[in-house]
Ligand binder design. Structure first.
Ligand SMILES: [Zn+2]
Length: 304
């Protein structure tokens, strides 16, 4: 079951690669046909969704932001098509996180012009439960995502100095929105019956650290690290001993394992989205998904 999940993820990544190649070609065609003022917009290539969100919020209609990771695809260890490697070389700005997607690191080092490496401006650390000295999932702590705002704004201003003031204004707005989200998490999780969150993979270390929760991950810091049978028995024991009511699963990974663990213990499975991708960008963004996550956490932990 777990093996199948991994295979499905890889298959999805393959199809998505083809889809992206197709849509990139479509965009180029449209640009040539319509031309106009927007054809000259700076192009920003962001490696996965939370980086796209920050670039879009600050860049607005003045820049064209492309996500290297197609929506619906699990971004860990993303593989790149030759066309995507070409897009990295052509972009006015590439935003990526070293160590999260090695194929992107390599393509950036060999081909990119201006690049913003996120870990250079947002310090990554070890987090409890992550089992690594450099947990990549910084965006699940809104105060850490906020550390990316000014560097992105400055890079966009360097690419397009004529809009520097506009970018700075949007950066201020985004600072306010993330500070409000952080405040809502603080107050929403301040008084809860439990602190343990059982998660599909170890993505919530920074979130747990900031809001004083305890993450109990089923898989490791990368979803491909499959849990040993020992680990599953250990989690079931913890669920029983501590009266945990909820086993969280992710949108981009199978819910089977969460449901199996939950079923054996009397707990229920619920969605907690690590925001590594966004499934419905027309109706959802980082802020709406983070607020849905907060509601799911408050329910699971019986917060007042
Ligand atoms: Zn992850």
């Amino acid at each position: 079951m777990v093996f199948m999940t991994t295979r499905l993820v890889r298959l999805a990544a393959l199809f998505a690669g083809v889809a992206l190649a197709g849509s990139a070609a479509g965009c180029a065609g449209t640009g040539m046909a319509s031309g106009g003022a927007r054809a000259g917009r700076p192009s920003v290539l962001a490696a996965f969704y939370p980086l796209v969100f920050v670039a879009e919020q600050i860049g607005g209609p003045e820049v064209r932001v492309t996500n290297l990771t197609t929506p619906g695809v699990e971004p860990h260890d993303l593989e790149l098509t030759p066309r995507q490697v070409g897009a990295i070389a052509d972009a006015d700005l590439v935003i990526y996180l070293k160590g999260f997607q090695p194929a992107v690191d390599e393509a950036v080092e060999q081909n990119a012009g201006r690049a913003l490496e996120v870990a250079g401006v947002v310090p990554l650390t070890s987090t409890p439960g992550s089992g690594t000295d450099r947990d990549p999932h910084f965006w699940l702590d809104p105060s850490k995502l906020a550390q990316l705002i000014d560097p992105v704004s400055e890079q966009l201003a360097a690419v397009d100095p004529g809009h520097a003031h506009t970018f700075a204004e949007r950066a201020t707005t985004l600072h306010t929105e993330l500070a409000e989200l952080d405040a809502d998490y603080r107050s929403g999780l301040a008084s809860c019956a439990r602190i343990e969150i059982v998660t599909a993979h170890a993505a919530f270390g920074y979130l747990a650290e900031r809001y004083r929760l305890e993450q109990i991950p089923i898989a490791g810091v990368s979803p491909d690290q499959e849990p040993a049978p020992d680990r599953i028995r250990q989690i079931q024991q913890l669920v029983q001993d501590r009266g945990i009511t909820t086993i969280f699963f992710e949108r981009l990974l199978s819910a089977d394992l969460a449901e199996t663990i939950a079923g054996d213990t009397g707990a229920t499975a619920a969605l907690l989205d690590p925001l590594e991708g966004i499934t419905d960008p027309a109706t959802n963004d980082y802020l709406t998904v983070m607020r849905a996550n907060l509601a799911a956490l408050r329910k699971a932990l019986s917060c007042t």
